[in-house]
Design a protein around this ligand. Structure first.
Ligand SMILES: CC(C)(COP(=O)(O)OP(=O)(O)OC[C@H]1O[C@@H](n2cnc3c(N)ncnc32)[C@H](O)[C@@H]1OP(=O)(O)O)[C@@H](O)C(=O)NCCC(=O)NCCS
Length: 412
């Protein structure tokens, strides 16, 4: 077997090799190198060297995830790639596990990522979040009547203001913020014919609300709104009015449904549009895909900041965490597997141990993360995921964990 070594990314030594890895994965088109540079600058990277060249690279970045009213320190896996010559040697799994472990040891309570397929990151304790809705619609069919003000253009050079406004946007349960502005810069540079339109109603004329779009087919679309930023109802409706104003020329716009909003409310005859445009280039369509994953990295830390309404539920938790098998023997953080006494309620917590008088829940860390986040209730998870307990315990958990759907509202 070839020699392999894991170490921190060094821009001087690894830049070209990492570009090659990204190119071989089909993620780096000619001219997009500055986007990758920005992503690397906003992240922390570890590479696996095979025969003295970086052939696998994993990136993570710091940020927060909102749990009800609390912002929890979080780590985000922003890139996992292995070159064509180093596949299936366990490099990406091991490297990702190490990055998660390092960030957890440094205080991240949760870790999140966007998956390429279900199953791969489950081996590291990650589990699937809720469905995200992406709506493709004819902007001319928006029912809004109010005329928006003329917006200002936003370009990639405005990345600092764009990022700052993004961090200040309206966020709900599950809402994620990635801290480094370079990550937003990278995303902006990665879009094709990217452009933004927005308004500067913030303090001292700061950017307040905007859309950032991918305009690959710039004449008639489809346009993709990569993300939309707003703080209030008025700002949201103004931006949707702006999208509508493009409808004389652009036949299709795709956007992610913002948390708590049902976009179909704003569309005229959505069923007719879907049928009339079926299988066409400008097809009106609503799709739902669950593509983000998360895992708890510090059980006591997460539960300490979990404040739920209703009667407290106390139980033994037997938690299985598969990440341990991918970590070297001597790592500070080795996952969260073990036995705990857990309380969920207005004051929640987890202590190591078990109590004979309490019922027991057995779960994988992934299934427990989904339960805690409110992706699905305990009873439903007991049907399809690794989560088992008595009927009365599962029902009590359904009762106390009545949470809004978690919505990261940030694709990482
Ligand atoms: C995904 C990728 C990073 C994996 O890299 P790698 O170094 O070959 O991965 P590993 O060797 O650690 O893991 C491969 C193992 O995972 C398994 N695996 C792959 N997909 C899986 C899935 N959906 N569920 C379960 N296991 C899976 C493989 O079967 C393989 O197991 P085997 O070696 O026993 O056959 C690599 O294929 C890649 O760079 N792809 C393009 C970029 C990409 O999609 N990155 C992921 C972004 S989220």
């Amino acid at each position: 077997m070839s020699e392999r070594e894991f170490r921190d990314y060094s821009p001087k030594r690894d830049r070209e090799a990492v570009r090659r890895v990204y190119r071989e994965c089909g993620w780096l088109d000619k001219g997009k190198e500055p986007a990758l540079e920005a992503l690397l600058k906003g992240s922390r990277a570890i590479v696996a060297e095979v025969n003295a060249e970086a052939e696998c690279v994993v990136l993570t970045a710091r940020g927060t995830m909102r749990y009800l009213d609390e912002d929890l320190p979080a780590s985000f896996v922003t890139g996992v790639t292995t070159s064509r010559v180093a596949r299936k040697q366990g490099l990406a799994s091991e490297l990702t596990a190490r990055c998660v472990a390092r960030d957890a040891a440094e205080g991240s309570l949760v870790s999140c990522l966007g998956m390429f397929e279900q199953g791969y990151y489950d081996r590291l304790g990650f589990s699937t979040g809720g469905y995200e809705h992406w709506y493709a619609f004819d902007p001319a069919e928006l029912t809004l009547v109010a005329k928006p003000r003329a917006p200002r253009r936003i370009a990639a050079d405005d990345w600092k203001a764009v990022h700052a406004a993004r961090l200040r946007r309206r966020r709900v349960h599950g809402g994620c913020n990635l801290s480094a502005p370079e990550l937003t810069k990278g995303e902006m540079l990665w879009t094709t014919n990217g452009f933004g339109l927005g308004y500067f109603d913030g303090r001292r004329g700061a950017l307040s609300h905007y859309v950032w779009c991918d305009g690959k087919e710039s004449e008639h679309g489809p346009y993709t709104i990569s993300w939309i930023v707003f703080r209030t109802r008025e700002e949201f409706l103004e931006l949707m009015g702006l999208v509508k104003s493009l409808g004389d020329q652009v036949h299709l716009v795709r956007m992610q449904e913002p948390p708590g909003i049902q976009l179909q409310d704003l569309l005229r005859q959505p069923f007719k549009a879907r049928q009339v445009t079926e299988r066409a280039k400008y097809e009106t369509k609503l799709s739902a895909t669950a593509y983000w994953q998360a895992r708890i990295c510090d059980l006591a830390g997460c539960l300490q900041r979990t404040h739920l309404d209703g009667e407290p539920v106390r139980f033994n938790l037997v938690l299985v965490d598969p990440i341990e098998s991918l970590l070297p023997k001597r790592t500070d953080w080795r996952g969260v597997g073990g036995e705990y006494v857990v309380t969920l309620g207005p004051a929640s917590g987890a202590e190591p141990g078990k109590s004979r008088s309490l019922p027991t829940l057995k779960a994988s860390v992934g299934a427990f993360t989904r339960l805690w986040l409110g992706v699905r209730p305990a009873t439903g998870l007991s049907f399809t995921d690794s989560l088992a307990g008595s009927g009365s315990l599962l029902e009590a958990l359904d009762e106390v964990l009545r949470l809004p759907e978690p919505k990261p509202d940030w694709d990482f």
